[in-house]
Design a protein around this ligand. Structure first.
Ligand code: GTB
Length: 217
């Protein structure tokens, strides 16, 4: 039985791949593993059946045999540890790739999430116009550092890894703000991620949820 993941029945981004099931889909595609998807409504996410899988009532989740996982980072790490293609075999390189996964989630993503919250959840608050430039500066600070480290390399540490997968998906959320385009090497890095056949298959599959058209894969 293939693993079953959960995704939005109706994603607010209209299938643009920004919801975090995209990370799991992409990892499974990189690993060449088939999977099934169970779509959940916002209402169903908060009901006991889904909360039994995800204590915070969110997507994505991952069910495989008796194993149930939540948190996109933990799910991608699980997939990467079980299947070839997402983590180097050599122990030190493997540890460094995992460090990049954590860097994406713990160091780069938090200010990006702050920007989303400020814009979409607190956009009507009186302090938001003053707060937005501060948040953008915090993001730029991280992007400056990341851009220097990446330099003109294709990927963060040698071959493409789960660290790049998490970082590319994290950075994609910045695109509408224009901040990503201030960093040509990071924009090109995200473009390389999106050019990967596995990314394209994953994107087509989650877009098909929105369009109702089969993704062909
Ligand atoms: N840390 C968790 C993880 O990495 O798995 C965070 C999970 C999470 O935030 N899930 C979101 C969710 O279920 C979907 S991905 N939200 C519903 C809720 O909390 O009630 C976040 C997301 C949502 C929508 C867009 N979008 O439309 O652009 C982008 C990202």
């Amino acid at each position: 039985m293939p693993p079953v993941i959960t995704a939005f029945a109706s994603s607010p981004d209209h299938g643009q791949g920004l919801a975090r099931d995209m990370r799991v889909r992409w990892a499974l595609e990189e690993a060449g593993q088939p999977y099934d998807v169970r779509l959940v409504s916002f209402k169903a996410m908060k009901e006991p059946a889904h909360r039994a899988l995800h204590p915070f009532g969110q997507i994505p989740t991952y069910e495989e045999g008796g194993l149930v996982l939540f948190e996109s980072g933990a799910i991608v790490l699980h997939i990467a540890q079980r299947h070839a293609g997402l983590l180097p075999v050599e122990a030190s390189a493997r540890a460094r790739a995992i460090a990049w996964m954590f860097a994406a989630l713990n160091t780069v993503e938090p200010p990006i999430l702050e920007l989303q919250t400020a814009k979409f959840a607190e956009g009507d608050k009186p302090w938001t116009s003053e707060r937005l430039p501060l948040i953008k500066e915090r993001i730029r600070h991280r992007l400056d550092e990341l851009a220097v480290r990446l330099g003109d390399a294709d990927w963060l540490d040698g071959a493409f890894s789960a660290g790049d997968l998490m970082m590319v998906h994290t950075l994609q959320r910045l695109r509408p703000s224009g901040l990503l385009d201030e960093y040509p090497n990071l924009a090109a890095y995200v473009g390389r991620g999106e050019a990967r056949p596995a990314w394209r298959r994953a994107f087509a599959a989650q877009l098909a949820v929105f369009t109702g058209q089969p993704s062909g894969g």
